[in-house]
Design a protein around this ligand. Structure first.
Ligand code: AMP
Length: 588
């Protein structure tokens, strides 16, 4: 029997909650629902995301709204379109057995005429983003004269986003008799000002301690430099093969850049930020919810609307500008009784910003070293073996092929077979990480070693190799002789038998091509030419030739799934080439 009945909610609402699997109220629901049901006093609630606050304010409104009247009785303001849509969907689910209760959600970026049409039909509950709500009030499409409840959800975020004027306008358009319900995870002075200007003697309720983070979340920090920040992110993903995470970035640009890099490096990742169209955002969110995307790189604002309960990690690629936002971010994991890890990548300077967060959380960040290549290989290998052991075999589907497969493999012993299968699946991880450096010891000023910036290099093919008596030193000499520019960074060099590869700072890509073209150098009687190579050095253990974008909806997609064949690009195999990962400054 649902415990929601005890809170005073009627049977159709209870039935809907049972359908949703809500067995008992959360702390904030237990405190807020009876309070709103029994009293018209304003209410100030301290509640983080993930505490069940949507139901806490909407269930009593559904209970008390007059569904015989078509007047709009509740206006719920939310900072983002996604969150507004989510609240609207939640309310429709809660009220599914109350057919006359109508809900309309209004937000910018969508056809206003359509929204006006819906409002004209009558909706007792309207959810809106502040800007669009004000527009609709101005057009007289949204009438707030009969409002009984105003909900300000994530009030702190609405103020952060600069919606103060809109909040004032909406609040002014509502009758004095209304009940105002203000929900916020943090109460900076701007939120307190709204509370004191627009609320009368409010009751305060809290889910747990004010501002305290979820008990189910542990907090870790990794010390990085600007060069190791991205490689560290990849290693964190690699050591957690089943990672399902939001990677938070501070700006839209940073978000897109990190997502692009991860996608290029073969990770199941995508970006979510305000520069995307509504349709793009919906599509990314849908893929993330379905777990077709393992790592969603997002801005704080865009991720607000995401209702995903089982995230394994929240990763702060950079700390938020406002420390209160750390709580919002980390609150995305450790929800619905699950445990979660919130990771912060900080450089030495940023480390000091962890202390005030620790004070708010009342918890310490655990310093965690960036995993070594060896540790990653071990985890990945056992993950692979577990997957094999747990794979269900549907013999009827593969039956027809098996005799010829057995025949092909009959000369291999059990050990050989295991070794080969592990190599097929695992070689790229091993070869990528076999000589991987310890990222914990990369000095921020030392640009000579980190492979980290490989992403900033262009890889060139050159038509001379070992047979021409070329070696790395001679190749550097040859490049320097062309006088491409001052202090150009030369990256990895791979000398092969009849040709070779070298990397040059991406900014000098065109200049390098043009200078070689113009100088037409000769090396040991061979005319030298270079080309930009299309088969780049793998910058990721997951990178495969011909690998698909992460978000294609192939049915064979899944977590930790490796794509296509292992890389057997000779130039990357390591064995046949003289490798030198060092960066060199061009000699003057
Ligand atoms: P919210 O804080 O409103 O975003 O809710 C966080 C998540 O908890 C959502 O996925 C809700 O569907 C879920 N939830 C809210 N209340 C309950 C409850 N009483 N029992 C189970 N799940 C709940």
């Amino acid at each position: 029997m649902s415990k929601f009945l005890d809170l005073g909610l009627r049977e159709p609402i209870n039935r809907a909650l049972t359908d949703l699997g809500y067995e008992k109220p959360t702390v904030i629901q237990e405190k807020a629902i009876p309070q709103i049901l029994s009293s018209a006093r304003d209410l100030k609630a301290f509640a983080q995301t993930g505490t069940g606050k949507t139901a806490a304010f909407s269930l009593p409104i559904i209970e008390l709204a007059d569904d015989n009247s078509k007047n709009t009785q509740a206006i719920i303001l939310s900072p983002t379109r996604e969150l507004a849509v989510q609240i609207g969907n939640n309310i429709e689910e809660f009220a599914k057995y109350i057919p006359d209760l109508k809900v309309v959600t209004v937000y910018g970026g969508a056809n206003i005429e359509e929204q006006i049409k819906q409002l004209k039909k009558g909706a007792q509950i309207v959810i809106g983003t502040p800007g669009r709500t004000v527009d609709l009030i101005k057009r007289r499409a949204l009438k707030l004269g009969n409002i009984k409840w105003v909900v300000l959800d994530e009030a702190d975020e609405m103020l952060n986003m600069g919606f103060k004027d809109e909040l004032d306008k909406v609040l002014e358009a509502t009758p004095d008799t209304k009940q105002t319900l203000l929900f916020s995870a943090t109460f900076p002075k701007e939120v307190e000002a709204i509370a004191s200007n627009y609320m009368t003697n409010p009751v305060e309720v809290a889910s747990g301690q004010k501002n305290e983070g979820s008990k189910n979340v542990s907090h870790e920090y990794y010390l990085v430099t600007e060069k190791t920040r991205y490689p560290a992110l990849k290693r964190i993903a690699d050591i957690n093969p089943d990672i399902y995470a939001i990677v938070f970035c501070r700006t839209r640009r940073e978000t897109q850049e990190i997502a692009n890099k991860l996608i290029q490096d073969g990770y199941n990742a995508d970006a979510l930020h305000g520069d995307l169209s509504q349709a793009q955002r919906d599509s990314v969110m849908e893929k993330f919810r379905k777990k077709n995307i393992q790592m969603l790189v997002a801005t704080d604002v865009a991720a607000r609307g995401l209702d995903v309960d089982n995230l394994s990690h929240v990763i702060n690629h950079k700390l938020p500008d406002q420390i209160e936002n750390y709580n919002h971010r980390s609150g995305r994991t450790g929800r619905a009784g699950n445990t979660g890890v919130s990771i912060v990548l900080v450089n030495k300077k940023e480390k000091g910003r962890l202390f005030p967060i620790e004070k708010i959380l009342n918890k310490k960040f655990i310093h965690t070293p960036i995993p070594s290549g060896k540790e990653i290989c071990k985890i990945q290998l056992f993950h692979l073996i577990d997957k094999v052991v747990n794979t269900e075999v549907n013999t009827s589907e593969i039956e027809g092929f098996l005799p010829s497969v057995y025949e092909k493999l009959e000369n291999l012993s059990r050990e050989e077979l295991i070794q080969k299968f592990v190599s097929v699946e695992f070689n790229s991880f091993l070869s990528y990480y076999e000589n991987a450096e310890d990222l914990n010891n990369v000095n921020s000023k030392d640009s000579s070693r980190a492979r980290a910036s490989s992403e900033n290099m262009t890889r060139f093919f050159i038509n001379i190799g070992r047979k021409d008596r070329l070696n790395p030193a001679k190749l550097i000499g040859l490049i320097n002789d062309q006088k491409i520019g001052d202090k150009i960074e030369i990256g990895a060099i791979d000398i092969l038998d009849t040709f070779s590869f070298f990397e040059i700072d991406k900014n000098y890509e065109a200049q390098t091509l043009a200078t070689f073209e113009e100088n037409r150098p000769v090396f040991n009687d061979r005319k030298v030419n270079i080309e930009i190579t299309k088969t780049e050095r793998s910058s990721s253990p997951r990178k495969r030739r011909g690998s698909r974008r992460s978000n294609d909806s192939s049915p064979s997609k899944g977590f930790g799934r490796r794509r296509e064949k292992p890389q057997n690009n000779k130039s990357n195999s390591g064995k046949s080439s003289e490798r030198d990962f060092g960066r060199r400054k061009r000699k003057r």
